[in-house]
Design a protein around this ligand. Structure first.
Ligand code: CO8
Length: 260
């Protein structure tokens, strides 16, 4: 399978999936979301001998800096809802993938990037990683499951603060809060990720799949919460404030929100 925005490498039973849009800080445009779906639905399940997956970002600066804000131009309430649902479906596919998926977070993991990392089963961060859900700065809310999953990792109080302020966490804070499993120097990121996955590869695959599905089952996915997020996201993409927020980002200026 060939991809425009993903590169895939196989190493001792581990697939290393790199989101490769370095100039845009690996932002998830529509094509990348489509390719992630193809990878998790058709490509990875059909490869023999694969025991686990690492997702990382190209370059030294970003894991994924969010959904591609430059594609937000022209979004309205209806297509906002559709795009949110499409992304949520792909991230759910990652979360329920029966083999371990580990996010090796090599820099900014913001918005959809933080949501992608949270959909993975494990997270290892480099010391320069930063995490956040800055959607409120654009006049929208997270749309790829962020309002539901952040609570699961850091608890309601901290999640509420991070979602309302858009503040970023550095790697150490993210570790203290339980959002990431390990923090390592940047040069050791992939080695640490591989060593965790190699250890898991010594366990029974059926047991590994059983742990993943059982841990997911605990949360019993309050589907209403995810549905609610899709509808609320669509509402924000129908506002003037959202157009202003996205335009201000592209024009590199402060947004002026009016509540319309
Ligand atoms: N989308 C598109 N382009 C981006 C993005 C992005 N999310 N982030 C960075 N870029 C681009 C910049 O525009 C810039 O491009 P250019 O050189 O052409 O101007 C290039 O990447 C480098 O970025 P900066 O110059 O801004 O780099 P800095 O080091 O100054 O800043 C930051 C790095 C802090 C990461 C900054 O780029 C930033 O704040 N980025 C935006 C982060 C953000 O707001 N993310 C959330 C986006 S919204 C979202 O993810 C919602 C998910 C749900 C969507 C549901 C349906 C669509």
């Amino acid at each position: 399978m060939s991809y425009q925005n993903l590169s895939v490498q196989e190493e001792n039973g581990i697939l290393i999936l790199t989101i490769s849009r370095e100039k845009a800080l690996n932002a998830l445009n529509g094509q990348t979301i489509l390719e992630l779906r193809q990878f998790f639905a058709e490509d990875a399940p059909n490869r023999d001998g694969i025991r686990s997956i690492i997702i990382t970002g190209a370059g030294p600066k970003a894991f994924v800096a969010g959904a591609d804000i430059k594609e937000f131009v022209g979004l309205d309430a209806e297509n906002g809802r559709q795009l949110s649902q499409r992304g949520q479906d792909v991230f759910r596919m990652i979360e329920t993938f029966p083999k371990p998926v580990l996010a090796a977070v090599n820099g900014f993991a913001l918005g959809g990037g933080c949501e992608l990392a949270m959909a993975c089963h494990l997270r290892v961060a480099s010391e320069n990683a930063r995490f956040g859900q800055p959607e409120v700065n654009l006049g929208i809310i997270p749309g790829y499951g962020g309002t539901q999953r952040l609570i699961q990792y850091v608890g309601k109080g901290k999640a509420m603060e991070l979602l309302l302020t858009g503040d970023m966490l550095d790697a150490r804070e993210a570790h203290t809060l339980g959002l990431v499993n390990h923090v390592v120097p940047a040069g050791e990121l992939l080695d640490k990720a591989k060593s965790i996955l190699q250890k898991i590869a010594t366990k029974g695959p059926v047991a590994v799949a059983g742990v993943i599905s059982s841990v997911n089952a605990y949360f019993q996915y309050n589907e209403d919460g995810f549905d609610h997020e899709v509808r609320a996201f669509g509402k924000t993409t129908g506002t003037e404030d959202f157009k202003e927020g996205a335009t201000a980002f592209i024009e590199k200026r402060q947004a002026n929100f009016t509540g319309k």
